[in-house]
Design a binder for this molecule. Structure first.
Ligand SMILES: [Zn+2]
Length: 149
């Protein structure tokens, strides 16, 4: 059993095991085609626990991850069930690495590096979450550090 992202649901032909997803991910599937596709797979929709969502959101903020709420709900569910998260989204794979969750690619290999970012003023380089008080410029996301996993 695996947690799968919406891309896997849409293109999931040949996925031969039971899959789990979240209500948030199902809501993201807008086209009738993908709804039809999701019905063809054996998918159970499960709400992740509040604890896991908080854990994922906290780590996401810590590393300035650009993952969406939907992505983070899927990772939280994979952590709840201690199962593999299947996704080709590099940002989500990266966040999973930071939380030591098991992650697998669907069409692609999993990123082998763990990256974190910081918000910095593009002019003076000061680390800041809000507009730089010296330059009056909004911060941008800059790579902070990375390591192999
Ligand atoms: Zn500045």
């Amino acid at each position: 059993m695996k947690v799968v992202d919406t891309n896997v649901i849409i293109h999931g032909r040949g996925l031969d095991e039971k899959a789990l997803t979240t209500p948030e991910a199902i809501a993201e599937l807008k086209s009738d085609y993908s709804k039809t596709r999701s019905l063809a797979l054996d998918i159970e929709t499960v709400q992740p626990s509040k604890e896991s969502i908080e854990k994922v959101e906290q780590k996401s903020r810590e590393i300035c991850s650009n993952t969406s709420e939907v992505d983070e709900s899927l990772l939280a569910l994979a952590i709840d069930r201690e199962v593999v998260l299947m996704t080709d989204d590099k940002g989500l794979q990266n966040l999973a690495h930071h939380l030591e969750a098991k992650v697998e690619g669907f069409l692609d290999d999993v990123a082998s590096r763990k990256i974190s970012w910081v918000m910095k003023c593009p002019s003076c380089g000061k680390e800041t979450e809000k507009m730089c008080t010296s330059c009056g410029i909004n911060p941008v996301r800059k790579r902070d550090q990375y390591s192999s996993v």
